[in-house]
Design a protein around this ligand. Structure first.
Ligand code: NAP
Length: 170
């Protein structure tokens, strides 16, 4: 929740019906329309990710301020800022009115959900029993949908999904 701060915290994730988000430090699906949407929403913004998600992506995302969270003190990345806590992330934006995007993964979503102002969720309409990483449980009563768009399964998207932007109820 905002707690009087001026910057906004947004979690962005693709989440299956059983809350699966990943397996073997990778995504479980190929959803080209979701990747396009992810780019459109996050470009020119700051993006925050856990060290494991950064390694899954493999390089800083272009045209975004990349911030990677790790407890390792010997970690550095060309083209990204490395910080050692989420408080350190929040301190970077303390005096700004930026919208900061949390890209995951599971560990980072779990620690930031209660601070989030917005959720950008692509609900993937399938279940993945062999997933090893999950989005935290969300009390959807606390959220209202402000945008929604459905995407069918087709040659671009392995699974049908529905994108919804949620705002925390006032
Ligand atoms: N479906 C989606 O939208 C989506 C999005 C993103 C990721 N994913 C998937 O999620 C999986 C990765 O998620 P994950 O939960 O395993 O890892 P993660 O959240 O990406 O990264 C975890 C790492 O972040 C660092 N960390 C976590 N909390 C910290 C804190 N409070 N302070 C400092 N550092 C902290 C630690 O790094 P150190 O070990 O270096 O200390 C920790 O090992 C992958 O399968 C990925 O593909 C899916």
């Amino acid at each position: 929740m905002s707690d009087g701060r001026s910057f906004k915290i947004s979690l962005i994730a693709a989440v299956a019906d059983d809350r699966a988000i990943g397996r073997d430090n990778d995504l479980i699906w190929k959803l080209r329309d979701d990747l396009a949407l992810f780019k459109r929403v996050t470009v020119e913004h700051a993006v925050v990710m856990g060290r494991k998600s950064f390694e899954a992506i493999g390089k800083p995302l272009p045209k975004r301020r990349n911030i990677v969270v790790t407890r390792r003190d010997d970690y550095s990345i060309e083209g990204a800022e490395v910080v050692s806590s989420l408080d350190e992330v929040y301190a970077l934006f303390a005096d700004s009115d930026e919208e900061v995007f949390i890209l995951g993964g599971g560990e980072i979503y779990r620690q930031t959900l209660s601070d989030a102002d917005y959720l950008y969720i692509s609900h993937v309409h399938s279940e993945f029993p062999d997933a090893d990483t999950h989005f935290p449980e969300v009390d959807w009563n606390e959220w209202e949908v402000s945008e929604e768009e459905s995407f069918p399964q087709n040659e671009r998207n392995e699974f049908a999904f529905t994108f919804k932007k949620y705002s925390r109820k006032g």
